[in-house]
Design a protein around this ligand. Structure first.
Ligand code: NOJ
Length: 509
C-alpha cells in the first residue's frame, strides 16, 4: 500500500497578515513567510496551508476575493509567491493555498458586472431573487457574523442577492456552468504554478437548494452556512476531484465543511471521489476532558475508517479562540499537543500554537474583524524585543507574555513547549505506526486516555492524564518513554503512573 503524502504529513496553517513582515508595513507578507521557512523546516512540519493572500478589499480579511489569480499588493506579487513556493519545495515543504469558491468579494469584476442589471450575461453568476410584494425577504436564511439576513437589496434592480457571510461577499451560483468552469480555471491557474493543493473555504456551501426553501423556524437563527448540506455540492466536488487527480503529484484538497456533525462531514469524502480530506469541527468545540475526547475519536474513526476516509485533527485556527486560551494554561496545551500529534489522521497546527500562544487581548478601539476573531489572529512574537521582531506598526497587539513566549526564547530553552512540539513531530515522522497505524484503546483510569497505534509489527503507546491528580495508569508489558510533556522521563522506563496533565509517547521496551 502506498500512502499519499498528505496522509503522512503534518500541516502548519499560516495566516499571512500575522506570520512575518518582510517589508516593514506592519502586515505580514509572502516574503516574510519565505524568510521563516528555515524555522518551519527545523520545527519538522511537512506542509503549509496559507490563508488567502489574493487581491481583496479585506472586508473579511482576504476571504472576500476580488481576483483569484493575483496576489494582493499588501502581501507581495505573483513573483514573490513563485519564489516562496520554490523555496518551500527546496526544503521539502509542500504548499497548499486557500481557495474561496462559495463567494467572491462584491468588488470582484464578476459581481460588478452582475450588478449592472437583470439582463447582464453575468447576472446569474450570483443568486438573485425578486423582492416579495409583501416587503418580506426571499427566505429566512441568516448570514454569518452579524446576525443579519443573508439577503441584501440591490436598489437599482429591486432584487435581493444572497450572501452567506458579509453583504460584501455575494454567494456564487454554482448551478451556472459558466461559474463552475471559471472556478475550475482558478484551480488550474495555481496547480499549473505548482501548488500542492488547496484548503477549500466553506466548500459545503457551493451547492444550494434550487427552491431556496426556508429553514425550519427552530433552527432558522443558525447562520445558513452551518446548515447548507446539499446533494448538488457532492456533484460539484466530484468534478473538482477529477480535475485535481488529473494532475501529477497527488494534489490534494482539504475542505472546510462547517457542519457540526461528523456523520455529515464524512459524506463529503464521497467514495474517495470528493474531498481528499475534510476538517471535522466537533472536536474543536469539545472540552479537554478524557471522556469527551474518547467519544470524539471513536465517532470520527468509526465513521471515517469504514469508508476509507482519512481524518484530520485541528485544535486552533484563525476563526476560533486559540486552544491555549480555551483550555487554560501550558500544562493542558502540552497534553493537547501529544493528543493532536498521535491520533490517526492528519494534524493541522495553527501558527504559534507550538509556542503555547494565547489569544491577544485586543482593546475595543483596535478590534477590526466583523466576526470578532482578532485575538487569535494577532501577530506572531518572533523575539522578546518590544516589537517582537516586527516594527511599531504591527497591525494588531501581540499575544500575552511575549517577553518569554516567543520563538527565540523558546528555541533556546530545551524545556519549552516549542521543543516538545519538535520532539513530537520528529517522533511521528520516524514512526509508521504514529503516522498511519490503527488506533486501539488500552485500559486507562477515569480522566485518562491510553491507546496504541499499530502498523505492521511496529507499536507505539500513548498515555494521557486529563486531571489535576497523579494517577496510576499501568500497561501490560514494559515500555520506554519516547516523548514526555514534562521532558524528564524521556529515554527511561515508563513508571505506570502519570503526574497531573502529563502525557507520554511510549515504545515497547
Ligand atoms: C471560513 C473562513 O475560515 C473564515 O475566516 C471566513 O470568514 C469564512 N469562511 C468566509 O469566507
Amino acid at each position: 500500500m502506498t500512502h499519499p503524502w498528505w496522509q503522512d504529513a503534518v500541516f502548519y496553517q499560516i495566516y499571512p497578515r500575522s506570520f512575518a513582515d518582510a517589508n516593514g508595513d506592519g502586515v505580514g507578507d509572502l516574503a516574510g513567510i519565505a524568510s521563516r521557512l528555515d524555522y518551519l523546516a527545523w520545527l519538522g512540519v511537512d506542509a503549509l496551508w496559507i490563508s488567502p493572500f489574493f487581491r481583496s478589499p479585506m472586508k473579511d480579511y482576504g476571504y472576500d476575493v476580488a481576483d483569484y489569480c493575483d496576489v494582493d499588493p499588501l502581501f507581495g506579487t505573483l513573483a514573490d509567491f513563485d519564489r516562496l513556493l520554490e523555496a518551500a519545495h527546496a526544503r521539502s515543504l509542500r504548499v497548499m493555498i486557500d481557495w474561496v469558491p462559495a463567494h467572491t468579494s462584491d468588488e470582484h469584476p464578476w459581481f460588478a458586472q452582475a450588478r449592472r442589471g437583470v439582463e447582464d450575461p453575468k447576472r446569474h453568476w450570483y443568486v438573485w431573487r425578486d423582492a416579495p410584494a409583501d416587503g418580506s425577504l426571499p427566505n429566512n436564511w441568516r448570514a454569518a457574523f452579524l446576525g443579519v439576513p443573508a439577503w441584501t437589496l440591490d436598489e437599482a434592480s429591486g432584487q435581493y442577492y444572497l450572501h452567506s457571510f458579509l453583504k460584501e461577499q455575494p454567494d456564487l451560483n454554482w448551478t451556472n456552468r459558466e461559474v463552475a468552469r471559471a472556478m475550475h480555471d482558478t484551480l488550474r491557474f495555481w496547480l499549473d504554478r505548482g501548488v500542492d493543493g488547496f484548503r477549500a473555504d466553506v466548500v459545503h456551501n457551493i451547492g444550494k437548494d434550487p427552491e431556496l426553501a426556508d429553514h425550519p423556524e427552530d433552527i432558522a437563527r443558525i447562520p445558513h452556512c452551518a446548515l447548507n448540506d446539499r446533494p448538488e455540492t457532492h456533484a460539484h466536488l466530484r468534478e473538482i476531484r477529477a480535475l485535481l487527480d488529473a494532475y501529477p503529484g497527488d494534489r490534494c484538497m482539504v475542505g472546510e465543511v462547517f457542519l457540526l456533525e461528523t456523520a455529515k462531514v464524512a459524506e463529503y469524502y464521497g467514495k474517495q471521489d470528493e474531498l481528499h480530506m475534510s476538517f471535522n469541527f466537533p472536536p474543536l468545540f469539545a472540552p479537554l476532558e478524557a471522556e469527551s475526547w474518547r467519544q470524539q475519536i471513536e465517532t470520527t474513526l468509526g465513521l471515517l475508517d469504514p469508508r476509507g476516509a482519512w481524518p484530520t485533527w485541528v485544535l486552533s485556527n484563525h476563526d476560533r479562540e486559540r486552544h491555549a486560551t480555551r483550555y487554560g494554561g501550558e500544562a493542558r496545551s502540552r497534553l493537547a499537543a501529544v493528543l493532536l500529534l498521535t491520533l490517526r489522521g492528519t494534524p493541522f497546527l495553527y501558527m504559534g500554537e507550538e509556542w503555547g500562544l494565547e489569544d491577544a487581548d485586543v482593546p475595543e478601539a483596535r478590534r477590526l474583524d466583523p466576526g470578532g476573531r482578532d485575538g487569535c489572529r494577532a501577530p506572531l512574537p518572533w523575539d522578546g524585543s518590544p516589537h517582537r521582531g516586527w516594527n511599531e506598526k504591527a497591525w494588531l497587539p501581540f499575544p500575552p507574555d511575549g517577553e518569554t513566549r516567543n520563538a527565540q526564547a523558546q528555541r533556546a530553552d530545551p524545556d519549552s513547549i516549542l521543543q516538545l512540539y519538535r520532539r513530537l513531530l520528529a517522533t511521528r515522522r520516524a514512526s509508521p505506526a504514529l503516522r498511519r497505524g490503527a488506533l486501539r484503546w488500552l485500559d486507562a483510569p477515569a480522566n485518562g486516555l491510553a491507546y496504541e497505534r499499530v502498523e505492521g509489527d511496529e507499536r507505539r503507546a500513548v498515555v494521557l492524564n486529563f486531571s489535576d491528580a497523579r494517577v496510576p495508569c499501568p500497561l501490560e508489558g514494559a515500555y520506554d518513554v519516547v516523548v514526555d510533556t514534562r521532558n524528564r522521563g524521556e529515554g527511561g522506563r515508563y513508571t505506570g503512573a502519570l503526574e497531573p496533565w502529563q502525557a507520554q509517547v511510549l515504545r515497547p521496551a
